[in-house]
Design a binder for this molecule. Sequence first.
Ligand SMILES: Cc1cc2nc3c(=O)[nH]c(=O)nc-3n(C[C@H](O)[C@H](O)[C@H](O)COP(=O)(O)OP(=O)(O)OC[C@H]3O[C@@H](n4cnc5c(N)ncnc54)[C@H](O)[C@@H]3O)c2cc1C
Ligand code: FES
Length: 277
Amino acid sequence: MICKIETSKLRMVEIKEVKDETVGMKSFLFYDELCRVAKPGQFVMVWIPGVDEVPMSLSFIDDHLLSGISVENVGAATEALHSKVVGEVIGIRGPFGSYFSTIKGKVVLVGGGTGIAPLIPLAEALKKSGANVTFILGFKSSKELVFLDRVKALLTDKKDRLLVATEDGSCGEKCLATDLLEVLLGRENFEIVYTCGPELMMRKVFEVADRRSISVQVCLERIVRCGVGLCGSCVMGKFRVCKEGLVLSSEQIREVLEEFGKYKRDFDGRRIIFKSC
Ligand SMILES: Cc1cc2nc3c(=O)[nH]c(=O)nc-3n(C[C@H](O)[C@H](O)[C@H](O)COP(=O)(O)OP(=O)(O)OC[C@H]3O[C@@H](n4cnc5c(N)ncnc54)[C@H](O)[C@@H]3O)c2cc1C
Ligand code: FES
């Protein structure tokens, strides 16, 4: 069992491996006693000494191996992380937050962009529990395709499937991941849909599945600063996303429908309305 005090304590870990995933994304692997027994959907706070501390989902969770995060370079902290090499150290707090619950049945995973990161450990756990997995991946273009090899290596059963959607049609179907989901749920029954990615996409996933009374688990992203439920910067309605989330169920999502996929708050608490491109 993970002790709460140890979880929130900062540990310095050495980077053991760096993987180039796409032009803008790198994975960093390290050994940490607590992260290796984390649950899919949980996140860590990553301290880059002298720069900042930022939240990152765990994209590698393995009881016997290294743990890891996959980082898109979007600003000062992630740029500094991208410059790190094997042997350098970063600080870790966590793992924090709620997590996906796994079942044995027929399930769909819908991931968009970097949101696919936490869905990979989830798919690994689902395969271990004997589930039949259909994975829908959505990207803007083939340049952003990430973790395809890891997904393919997991989907070994005849009943498992991988469906890819790109907005420009450079790989898979030229459509949105949610278009593929709509067709799939119109044809077949599934027990649960798990999703992580842009919030507009997750709102649509929720609506498509909820119309057919299929449960959904969504993995949210808000401004996360403390990571432990104290500062309030991550609040969505009645939930602190870092504490009651990141993963919320259909029942919980129904309680925040006014906000989910509609708006989020910036660092100063101002509303930012989600707009589709
Ligand atoms: C729970 C959680 C899990 C995440 N997992 C991943 C992941 O697996 N891979 C990944 O590449 N990114 C992930 N992110 C986003 C990542 O935290 C931001 O990209 C990062 O903090 C940007 O910092 P920066 O200094 O490089 O850029 P900045 O210039 O500071 O910010 C760029 C943009 O990143 C977002 N951002 C900045 N700080 C935060 C913060 N404290 N919390 C949330 N968003 C922020 C804002 O939208 C901001 O406009 C996650 C965010 C959250 C909340
Ligand atoms: S990040 Fe501080 S309460 Fe969630």
